[in-house]
Design a protein around this ligand. Structure first.
Ligand code: ZN
Length: 386
């Protein structure tokens, strides 16, 4: 069935959040708790989908739909599947279920679902406790059979990354989306017992610098030394993201790798992002701390300057696995010999595994890769008091 709500213009969370910009991070944190907490459990808002098509939301048990503006209960019943169409939703609604999870187009999620109509498109938002969100995220980010301490380190890194974005909220109706723009989130179906245990064992623990959550970047394998964030991305220069020697990730299948790149392939990939790329006549890489920091590409129509990371991301995901490579000319292009997989910044996941196997606990692992940090309890009272 279609669901129609003929109420006034939709509620916008931005109104409630107006004025946050002048607050300190801790103040923002407190204000958000007032809006999105139940007891000491903090809720976050994850954007699942933006679409101009209808979306099916269902539950096998009791489901309640509330108009968020008027607080009118629009439906309260059992075992329904309801389609939400953009032209039928004018006011945001909140959907709750008891006894079984809500499903969005048959994918089950913990927590509540909100449906908003933004400029004619349905926005589906999952409102969920941080820990329950992390059950899914951590399972998706690390191999669940790895040692417990490595899983716990990943859980704290993912929680910290989430808190960092919570504090950056600036009036949007969601905190993070479910893609690798933030952290990949696929709901209940990917959860694993071991990673859920790691999340629960580290509940409320986050990594901080000066009592603020760090930007807890992580990557698959550094290949021997992690990267300096300022050499990978422009912007902030964070002193806890400095190169760290790592002898722990040698078991990674990508600790060492080789790849051939033809000039044709390079030009094809460049042409997808940049206009007017001619025949490539030369490529020069600049290096810093073992990694390619810049690529200067000469072609028959000019010269293109890219950062090392921009160059890497031009290609399909596994083609250039890291910027930690040396290149040699071949007859038709380049042969790359490299180490590691990922941007190389922050915690090396295979390194965390290696450290855990040698007896390190999750705090030692985190402090090894993020220099100068403290692990604090982010429970509302404790964090608010810092
Ligand atoms: Zn490593």
């Amino acid at each position: 069935m279609s669901f129609s709500i003929s109420k006034a213009a939709f509620f916008c969370a931005a109104l409630i959040l107006a004025g946050f910009s002048s607050c300190t991070p801790s103040e923002k944190f407190l204000i958000k708790q007032n809006i999105h907490s139940a007891g000491s459990k903090i809720y976050i808002r994850v954007l699942l989908e933006v679409t101009d098509s209808r979306v099916l939301i269902s539950s096998e048990s009791r489901m309640k739909i509330t108009d968020q503006k008027s607080q009118e209960i629009l439906y309260n019943g059992k075992g329904k599947s309801i389609y939400f169409q953009p032209d039928k939703v004018s006011s945001p609604v909140q959907i709750e279920s008891w006894g079984s999870p809500l499903s969005v187009d048959k994918v089950p999620y913990r927590g509540m679902i909100e449906v908003h109509n933004i400029l004619g498109k349905i926005n589906i938002i999952n409102v969920i406790k941080i820990n329950e969100y992390l059950y899914s995220v951590v399972a998706g980010e690390i191999i669940s059979t790895w040692p417990d301490e490595a899983l716990k380190a990943q859980a704290v890194a993912a929680r910290t990354y989430t808190y960092h974005h919570l504090l950056k909220r600036n009036g949007a109706i969601y905190d993070l989306d479910n893609t690798n723009n933030f952290q990949v989130y696929k709901g209940i179906s990917v959860e694993k017992e071991s990673t859920t245990n790691a999340v629960n064992a580290t509940v409320d623990k986050i990594a901080c610098e000066n009592n603020k959550p760090i930007v807890a970047f992580f990557h698959s394998a550094c290949g021997g030394i992690t990267a300096d964030d300022k050499d990978v991305w422009t912007g902030d220069n964070k002193c806890y993201l400095r190169p760290v020697k790592c002898n722990y990730c040698r078991e990674s299948p990508y600790y060492s790798w080789e790849e051939n790149l033809s000039l044709y392939e390079i030009r094809e990939c460049l042409n997808k992002e940049y206009r007017g790329i001619g025949r490539i006549t030369g490529i020069r890489f600049q290096r810093k701390d073992n990694r390619v920091s810049a690529a200067v590409i000469s072609h028959t129509n000019g010269v293109l300057n890219l950062t090392g990371n921009e160059f890497r991301l031009l290609f399909p995901v596994k083609k250039i696995k890291s910027m930690f490579f040396l290149a040699k000319k071949t007859n038709n292009g380049l042969k790359l010999k490299g180490h590691g997989w990922g941007h190389g910044v922050g915690m090396c996941q295979w390194g965390a595994k290696g450290m855990a196997e040698k007896g390190a606990d999750y705090i030692e692992i985190l402090k090894y890769y993020y220099k100068g940090i403290q692990i604090i309890n982010a429970g509302p009272e404790e964090y608010a008091g810092k």
